[in-house]
Structures are given as structure tokens and as C-alpha cells.
Design a protein around this ligand. Structure first.
Ligand code: GLU
Length: 299
């Protein structure tokens, strides 16, 4: 694969626009700023002819699926021009290596349940949406990475002392999202009564209004919600699964894997990933983790 890294550099500076967010009526307000990092946009990157990377670079635009309701990870509030969070930041890093600047990224909201279909039917070119790499998903789509590792956790009302870990969930109503790894684990392994919704912000609202006893998903997601409602919500217990976030790509473009892995690895090495992390997840109490070793691409 020809992946030229020695190109002339064009740097863009995205304005750290302090966007006044209008909190949504249902209480799932996002982070209160829309700061973004400064990443390289390759001037004339070269890719093997016919590859998906070459197509995207020629086209000069890319469609990226991210979450819109997960503060710190992928969030787009009323009045925000573009989503914020570690996932959109990584999207900008990747697009930059294709020669595509942030204004030419078309952001598409994905929820957990439509990530595979969106990649299969071309609604998006990439999914970067708290998307754990799993064997089941790899049967359907490509996933490069991981770029971040978190673990499933629990969030309860701040004044609830009855749930301190997954072993306390037997018979409790636990909200999670259809099409996620989280809902399967809690139902199959811990005997909880699952309440399945489309988005975690709906679960967040259910917990705040007392309709469910707990919300479960990745700690990184829950910390974002708890940070926004510290008087009402808290994250409890130790993580009880390993969620390795990958970048999803079309099953028809296996050549994307090496490119994505190289781009993720260079963002670790040149500090771009850390910049992205500090501006996003780092603000809701998450520690910058040790950068994970990337899975090799299938031969
Ligand atoms: N990372 C887990 C998953 O991919 C849970 C978070 C989510 O649903 O996005 O299913």
C-alpha cells in the first residue's frame, strides 16, 4: 500500500468557539464548550488507485457516523455546528490524513443499533461511535483499532446505596441501549430486568425521573452523564467488562484497515490523540489511558 507520510503539511486551526449550548428539554445537556484540536490535513496524500482511501481523497469529503448524545465521546447539542467528543476528534484526525478538512466532513448521527447497517449500506464511510470491537461485529463490518479501552459500569441515583456493583442487579430494572454490548452483558450475566432504549440519554432521563434503578454502559459514557448531573447521579463499582473502541469501516473496503491503524498509531505517537483526549473525555474525570496495542489487520 502506498501511504505517503512525507507530504507538505497544511495545518488548520479550528476555532475553539465557545458555543453557548442550549440544554435540551429532557435534561441531556452536553458539554459546555466545543473546543477542538488542531490536526494536520494532508495536502496531496497518495493512495493505491482504486482503494477506498483514494476514492475518498479524490471526492474530498467523508461521511462519519458518531453519537450525538454522549458528552465527552460524541455529542451535538442544539446550536452546535458540529459534534464534539473524542470520537469526532478522531474523525477529524483520520479525515485529515485523507486530505479532508473538518468542514468537508459530513457528520451523521448513529445510535448503537444502526452502526452495522449504516456501514453496510453506505450511509456512512466510517463509524466512530463508542463502538466496541467484537467478534460478532467483525463478521459483518470492519473495525480498526482499538484506540481506547473502557469497561462497562453502572450509574445510579446519587442517594442510592443499594447498588454498588453488578452483583446487586438481580431483579433490578436496568436501562441500556438496544444493539449494545452493555444490554446483553447485564441481562445474560447478572439477571437484571433490562429496559432497552435507543439512546443512553433516554436512559439518563429514566434514571433521573426514577423509572429505572440503574443505567449501564461503558464507564467513559456514564462519567460524561454523571459529570453533568453530579447532584443527581453517580457512577459506582469497578468496570466489569472490557470495551475496546474501534473505527468501523465498510466490509467492502478491507484496505481501510491498514490506513486506519497507521493513522491511529501516528496520532498516539505525535500527541494528537492525547490532545483530543484532553479536550474531550479528559474533562469528565477519565484518565488518559495507556495507548492500546492495535489489532493486526486480517491478511
Ligand atoms: N461500547 C459498547 C458497544 O459498542 C456500548 C456503548 C454503545 O452502545 O455505544 O456496544
Amino acid at each position: 500500500m502506498k501511504f505517503r507520510t512525507g507530504y507538505t503539511k497544511a495545518r488548520w486551526v479550528a476555532l475553539a468557539a465557545a458555543t453557548l449550548l442550549v440544554a435540551s428539554a429532557c435534561g441531556d445537556a452536553g458539554s459546555d464548550d466545543s473546543e477542538t484540536g488542531e490536526y494536520e490535513v494532508a495536502e496531496s496524500p497518495e493512495f493505491e488507485e482504486g482503494s477506498r482511501m483514494a476514492e475518498l481523497a479524490d471526492q474530498g469529503s467523508i461521511k462519519i457516523g458518531v453519537k450525538y448524545d454522549q458528552p465527552g465521546i460524541g455529542f451535538r447539542g442544539a446550536g452546535q455546528d458540529a459534534p464534539t467528543g473524542i470520537d469526532p476528534e478522531l474523525g477529524k484526525i483520520i479525515a485529515g490524513q485523507l486530505g479532508i478538512g473538518p468542514d468537508d466532513i459530513e457528520w451523521v448521527e448513529t445510535i448503537s443499533d444502526n452502526r452495522e447497517p449504516f456501514l453496510e449500506n453506505g450511509t456512512v464511510d466510517l463509524v466512530i461511535a463508542s463502538y466496541s470491537i467484537t467478534d460478532e461485529r467483525l463478521e459483518i463490518v470492519g473495525q480498526a483499532g482499538p484506540y481506547y479501552v473502557t469497561g462497562q459500569s453502572l450509574m445510579v441515583a446519587a442517594d442510592d446505596d443499594s447498588i454498588n456493583g453488578p452483583d446487586d442487579l438481580e431483579g433490578k430494572t436496568v436501562c441500556s441501549v438496544r444493539g449494545s454490548t452493555s444490554i446483553d452483558t447485564v441481562e445474560q450475566e447478572y439477571g437484571a430486568e433490562p429496559a432497552g432504549f435507543d439512546t443512553y440519554s433516554e436512559c439518563n432521563d429514566q434514571l433521573i425521573n426514577g423509572s429505572v434503578d440503574a443505567v449501564t454502559t461503558d464507564g467513559a459514557i456514564l462519567l460524561g452523564y454523571a459529570a453533568e448531573n453530579p447532584d443527581e447521579l453517580k457512577v459506582v463499582g469497578e468496570p466489569f467488562s472490557e470495551e475496546r473502541y474501534g473505527v468501523g469501516y465498510s466490509p467492502d473496503a478491507p484496505e481501510m484497515c491498514e490506513f486506519l491503524n497507521e493513522t491511529i498509531q501516528s496520532s498516539f505517537d505525535d500527541g494528537d490523540f492525547e490532545t483530543a483526549f484532553d479536550l474531550t473525555l479528559g474533562k469528565s474525570g477519565n484518565e488518559m489511558p495507556e495507548e492500546p496495542a492495535l489489532d493486526p489487520c486480517a491478511a
